[in-house]
Design a protein around this ligand. Structure first.
Ligand code: ADP
Length: 234
């Protein structure tokens, strides 16, 4: 599936608008936070300190969402370093293991090609792998009852193909229809009630900025396979 130039322009513009709005929302949140803290002793006297705690927690959550959003929409130049793809994969698996465990899902990584190396912005590419892995976990949770009889499973594979390092993330989740397959890289396209639809559009751009591309295969009721291609180092 090819991302068109138009979609990229749209994404860049939306990113700029979003960043500006997020920035403007942060300032009032900071002052609200300050005033709530000033009110705290008074609320305590009224026996309502719990309210202050809830307000502060919620403000912090809003701030965190904005922070994440700013991070994902800002098109930063990659800060490249040489790393082994397998070691990168191991870190991503480590980061996701508890989430997978909670969902009763098996993460299966067979690290072989230890010497396969790429020159990448580690933070950005890790983010891409985590985005795809989270989607895989969601797709496993969203399976129908019949499919759920099978153990949820995500296979992670690293291999070399010509001059590319290929990172495969394959799930036995619910899969997706044609319409979703053609639109999933569009900014704000989501089929989830609490989704942002940003994960894959940002991922696509990051991989493209690295001179790579993403391919996918999916079958309803069977699962989905994402392949991230990155130029490999000799
Ligand atoms: P979000 O996760 O917030 O919805 P994404 O851009 O990450 O945003 O994904 C867009 C959509 O692509 C998802 O809402 C889902 O419909 C579809 N999708 C992505 N990965 C998978 C997957 N592994 N299995 C099934 N559907 C997927």
């Amino acid at each position: 599936i090819e991302q068109t130039a138009y979609q990229n322009d749209k994404l860049a513009m939306l990113g700029k608008i979003a960043a500006a709005i997020a920035h403007e929302i942060r300032n009032p949140l900071t002052s609200i936070r300050g005033f709530i803290q000033l009110l705290r002793p008074h609320l305590m006297q009224l026996g309502k300190e719990e309210y202050a705690r809830i307000i502060l927690t919620e403000i912090d959550r809003a701030n965190e969402i904005i922070h994440e959003f700013l991070n994902s929409s800002k098109p930063t130049a990659p800060m490249k370093q040489r790393v082994s793809v397998a070691s990168l994969m191991k870190e991503v698996v480590l980061l996701s293991e508890s989430e997978a465990l909670m969902k009763g899902c098996l993460l299966n990584f067979e690290g072989s090609e230890e010497r396969l190396e790429v020159s990448i912005d580690v933070k950005q590419v890790k983010q891409v792998m985590l985005n795809i892995l989270r989607n895989a976990l969601d797709a496993i949770s969203e399976r129908g009852s019949e499919q759920k009889e099978q153990q949820g499973r995500i296979d992670l594979i690293v291999h070399q193909e010509h001059k590319s390092a290929v990172i495969t993330i394959k799930d036995n989740g619910k899969g997706m229809d044609r319409n979703t397959m053609t639109r999933l890289f569009d900014p704000f396209f989501t089929t989830k009630a609490d989704g942002t639809g940003l994960g894959l559009s940002v991922s696509y751009r990051i991989i493209k900025n690295h001179g790579g591309f993403i391919k996918l295969n999916s079958e309803i009721g069977e699962g989905t396979e994402f392949n991230i291609y990155l130029p490999s180092l000799p």
